[in-house]
Design a protein around this ligand. Structure first.
Ligand code: NAP
Length: 499
C-alpha cells in the first residue's frame, strides 16, 4: 500500500513545483488515517490553475468572512460579465466586417452602379470608390472568366502564382476597403428613357443611378460536343494565352478559322511540339496577314473541311487519387496514366475524333489539348434597345473614340463587353479604370450626385409646398437634373420638354 501511495499520478508534472514532502511525512500522512476506502485517500489534486490561484490572490474561502465571500462572489460575477461582453464584441466585429460592404438601399440615386464583378468591374470600383463615389457593384457572386479559371493567372503583372478566384477576391476586398458596396444579383434590364437611369436587378428590383458602368464581360462560345465540358481544365480550353504554356512540348489542336484561332495557333506554336488546326471550311475568315503566317508556320498543320465530333480523355493520376502524396497539388503528370483509374478519376485529353465534312470519313487524332477558338458572346442582352452596338462585332457595345462612353450619356462600357480584340484581364482592368474616370468627370460636369444639394432642395420644396406655393410643382420630388440645367442628353423627351 505504501508503495502504491508514493506513486504520483501523471498530472502531477503539470503543477507548479511544490517542495516535495519528505518520506517520513508522506508515510505518516498516508498511515495516519488508515482506511480501506482507497478513494477517500486518493483525492484528486487540484489543477495547475486552481493551484496557482489558491496560492496567489484567491482567498481561502473556507476561512473567509461573510464580507470576503460576498466580495469574491461579486468579483467573479464581474469577470463573467466581462467575458460575455468581450465575446459579443468579437461576434459584432465579425458581422460588421461581413456587412460593411453590403449594399443598403438609400434615399438618393446611386452615383454610379457598376454591373459586373470581373477585372473591369473591380478596377472601376476601386477607382470610383477612391474618387468618393461609393460605387455599387451588382454581379452574381460566382461568374466571370477569371473567376472560373482554376489554374494560375500567369499574365497579370505583379500577380504571380494566384488563381483567378484569388485575384478577383483580392480586387473585391481592395474595392470594399475604399467604400465600394456589393449586391449579389444579375441585371435583367436598364431603362435610360428618363433620369435618373434605372437598373433592374433580378431579385433587387429597380435601383436608380446617375451613371452606369457596364462590365459584364463575354463568354467563350463552345461547340457542345461530347467530352468538351467534361475535359475543361484537363486540356480543353478557350484561352491559349492563358493555358497554352501548360502544354509546352505537346501536340495541341485549335478549332476555328478566325483571327482568334490564328493568334491562338501562333501563340501555341511557340511552346508546343505541334499544332493542328481544324477548320470546317476550305478557307480562313481571318485577316490575310495572320492566315498567311499560320499557313507558312512549320509547326502548324491545317486540316480543312473538318469538324470536331468528340474529345476523348484518359484517366490521370493526380495527388487526390494517387497514393503517393505529391507536394505540388497543381501539377499533373500528363504521361502518368493510372491503370487502375475508374470513371470518376480525373481525366485529361487524349484524342480528337474528327469528321471530314466532304467525304464523311471519321478519324481519331492523338493530342494533349484542344483549344476552342470559335468566337465569344458578350453579355449584353440586357442592353438591347438601350445603347448602340458595334457594327463589325455584333453584340459588342460601341464606345466613342478612345473613351468608354457609349451612345447614352452616363452609361459607360469597360472590358470584354466593348472589346472584341484584346479580351485580357489586364486590358479589361485598364478600361475599367478609364470608365470610372469617365463617369466621375460626367458627374462633376453635370453636377450630379451631390446629396447635400439634393437634400437642401428637397427641404426647400417641402417648405414651398407648405406655403401653398407648390401648385406648379410635380409630386415627383427633387430632380437633380433640374439643377443640372437640363444639360444631360438622352433624357426622355417629355422630361426634356419639362426641363
Ligand atoms: P470569328 O471571327 O467569329 O471567327 C470564328 C471562327 O470559328 C470562324 O472561322 C468560324 O467558322 C468558326 N466557327 C464558328 N462556329 C463554329 C462551329 N460551331 N464549329 C466550327 N467552327 C466554328 O471570331 P474570332 O476569331 O474570335 O474573332 C472575333 C472578332 O475579333 C473578329 O472580328 C476578329 O477580327 C477580331 N479579332 C481581331 C484580332 C486582331 O485583330 N488581332 C484578334 C482576335 C480577334 P466560319 O469561318 O466557317 O464561319
Amino acid at each position: 500500500m505504501k508503495k502504491k501511495y508514493k506513486k504520483k499520478p501523471e498530472t502531477q508534472k503539470l503543477f507548479v513545483p511544490v517542495p516535495k514532502k519528505d518520506d517520513g511525512d508522506e508515510k505518516s500522512s498516508s498511515s495516519s488515517k488508515p482506511t480501506n476506502n482507497q478513494n477517500s485517500q486518493q483525492k484528486p489534486k487540484p489543477n495547475a490553475k486552481q493551484s496557482s490561484n489558491t496560492k496567489s490572490n484567491t482567498p481561502n474561502l473556507h476561512l473567509a468572512t461573510k464580507e470576503q465571500l460576498l466580495a469574491e462572489l461579486e468579483k467573479r460575477q464581474d469577470e463573467e460579465r466581462d467575458d460575455e461582453v468581450e465575446g459579443e464584441d468579437i461576434e459584432e466585429e465579425d458581422s460588421l466586417e461581413d456587412n460593411a460592404s453590403r449594399w443598403i438601399r438609400g434615399s438618393f440615386p446611386e452615383k454610379v452602379i457598376i454591373i459586373g464583378g470581373g477585372p473591369a468591374g473591380m478596377a472601376s470600383a476601386i477607382y470610383a470608390a477612391r474618387a468618393g463615389l461609393s460605387p455599387m457593384i451588382i454581379a452574381p457572386a460566382m461568374g466571370g472568366q477569371l473567376q472560373g479559371k482554376g489554374v494560375d493567372v500567369e499574365n497579370y503583372p505583379g500577380l504571380h502564382n494566384f488563381t483567378g478566384p484569388a485575384v478577383i477576391a483580392s480586387m473585391r476586398s481592395q474595392a470594399a476597403t475604399f467604400g465600394a458596396v456589393f449586391e449579389d444579383d444579375f441585371v435583367t434590364k436598364i431603362d435610360a428613357s428618363s433620369r435618373p437611369l434605372k437598373v433592374f436587378g433580378n431579385s433587387t428590383g429597380v435601383i436608380e443611378a446617375h451613371s452606369i458602368i457596364v462590365a459584364t464581360g463575354a463568354d467563350s462560345k463552345w461547340l457542345g460536343i461530347p467530352g468538351e465540358f467534361e475535359l475543361r481544365g484537363g486540356g480543353v480550353s478557350s484561352c491559349a494565352t492563358c493555358d497554352g504554356f501548360l502544354f509546352s512540348g505537346r501536340h495541341v489542336v485549335v478549332i476555328g478559322g478566325g483571327d482568334t484561332a490564328m493568334e491562338d495557333a501562333l501563340v501555341l506554336a511557340r511552346t508546343s511540339k505541334k499544332v493542328t488546326m481544324i477548320h470546317r471550311r476550305d478557307s480562313f475568315r481571318a485577316s490575310k496577314v495572320l492566315a498567311d503566317r499560320v499557313k507558312n508556320h512549320p509547326l502548324i498543320e491545317i486540316q480543312w473541311n473538318t469538324v470536331l465530333e468528340k474529345i476523348e480523355g484518359k484517366p490521370i493520376s493526380t495527388p487526390d487519387n494517387d497514393s503517393n502524396d505529391d507536394d505540388d497539388a497543381d501539377e499533373m503528370d500528363l504521361d502518368d496514366v493510372s491503370a487502375t483509374a475508374t470513371d470518376t478519376t480525373e481525366k485529361i485529353v487524349s484524342a480528337a475524333v474528327l469528321k471530314d465534312v466532304v467525304t464523311g470519313e471519321i478519324r481519331t487524332l492523338s493530342c494533349d489539348a484542344v483549344f476552342v477558338a470559335i468566337g465569344h458572346s458578350p453579355n449584353t442582352g440586357f442592353l438591347d434597345g438601350v445603347v448602340e452596338f458595334h457594327s463589325d462585332h455584333p453584340g459588342y457595345v460601341q464606345t466613342i473614340g478612345t473613351s468608354t462612353k457609349t451612345s447614352v450619356p452616363g452609361i459607360y462600357a469597360a472590358g470584354d463587353v466593348s472589346d472584341a480584340v484584346y479580351r485580357q484581364a489586364i486590358t479589361s482592368a485598364g478600361s475599367g479604370a478609364a470608365a470610372a474616370l469617365d463617369a466621375e468627370r460626367f458627374l462633376s460636369e453635370e453636377g450630379l450626385g451631390n446629396e447635400e444639394a439634393e437634400m437642401e432642395a428637397e427641404l426647400l420644396r417641402e417648405l414651398a409646398s407648405e406655403m401653398n406655393d407648390a401648385s406648379n410643382q410635380s409630386d415627383m420630388g427633387y430632380n437633380a437634373y433640374e439643377d443640372a440645367g437640363g444639360r444631360v442628353h438622352g433624357v426622355k423627351e417629355s422630361l426634356g420638354a419639362e426641363l
